[in-house]
Ligand binder design. Structure first.
Ligand SMILES: [Zn+2]
Length: 264
């Protein structure tokens, strides 16, 4: 059966010289794994349309729930993103999250739009990686059924307390009054700015989720909270996240990377 779908290539596995298995986040079918056969025979444009982080229109052939790509036409190539190692590393982590959390076999337009928006903001430098990462993590979790309850204190319901702590395992808040000024076990202190940003990310309509301002230090702190929440909720580690952190910690440029892997 032949079907058409538009989507972003979020993963690829080389199977042999000219056969690959790609993962596509599509608007119509959610996450799809599809074989791309004999790239060389199909020519360069088809190869480019099925490259990682390319947004394309696909004609897919399905047989017993297995898909293969019949043809593909590039709609947008995130070319500048792929020139930047840090942004590519972040995109790889986002792709791994998307593959795990986006639906399969049903429409995923909102998920795709979120991912495309993130790549666009990264590519055009309209938002930093430190901005995009927590927004994507928390919004994706919310869409996939892991929305924290940030309306108010779980005990007294207070919306605007002087201080709050947050439980990454239950996704709930406890105000300073109810916790008697101490941070209970399993909770972390959460700043007013970070809580406001998290509320914005989970409760805003789609087109407004990137519309807030925060200092670099504030974003770094927000990123630690959303990441801890994500890892606690999913009970899983992500090699692409570890790689992203290593890259950031060492502040490596592409050139340094290449010299560092040379054995001494
Ligand atoms: Zn309270």
């Amino acid at each position: 059966m032949q079907t058409t779908a538009t989507g972003l290539v979020i993963g690829e596995k080389i199977l042999s010289n000219d056969n690959r298995l790609i993962t596509i986040l599509t608007a119509e079918l959610g996450v799809v794994h599809a074989f791309v056969k004999s790239i060389k025979k199909l020519g360069g444009s088809m190869a480019a349309s099925t490259d990682l982080f390319t947004y394309s229109s696909f004609v897919l052939f399905s047989n017993k729930e297995k898909y293969s790509v019949n043809s593909a036409e590039t709609l947008h190539l995130f070319y500048h993103l792929r020139e930047d190692l840090e942004k590519t590393a972040l995109a790889s982590y986002l792709a791994q999250l998307a593959e795990q959390l986006c639906p399969e076999g049903e429409g995923a337009q909102e998920y795709l739009q979120l991912f495309l928006n993130c790549l666009h903001l990264l590519e055009t430098d309209k938002r930093t990686p430190d901005f995009v990462k927590p927004v994507f993590e928390l919004r994706l979790l919310t869409m996939a059924g892991f929305m924290p309850d940030l309306v108010g204190c779980q005990e007294c319901g207070e919306y605007q307390a002087e201080s709050f702590c947050f439980s990454p395992s239950t996704g709930t808040l406890l105000c300073g009054k109810c916790s008697h000024g101490v941070v209970p076990q399993g909770y972390i202190q959460i700043g007013t700015a970070q809580l406001a940003a998290m509320r914005h990310i989970i409760y805003s309509e789609n087109k407004r989720i990137f519309q807030f301002k925060m200092s670099a230090e504030g974003l770094a702190c927000l990123g630690r909270i959303t990441e801890l929440y994500l890892l606690t909720q999913l009970e899983k580690s992500f090699p692409s996240l570890d790689f992203y952190h290593r890259l950031r910690d060492f502040g490596l440029s592409v050139q340094n990377m290449q010299t560092d892997v040379t054995p001494t």
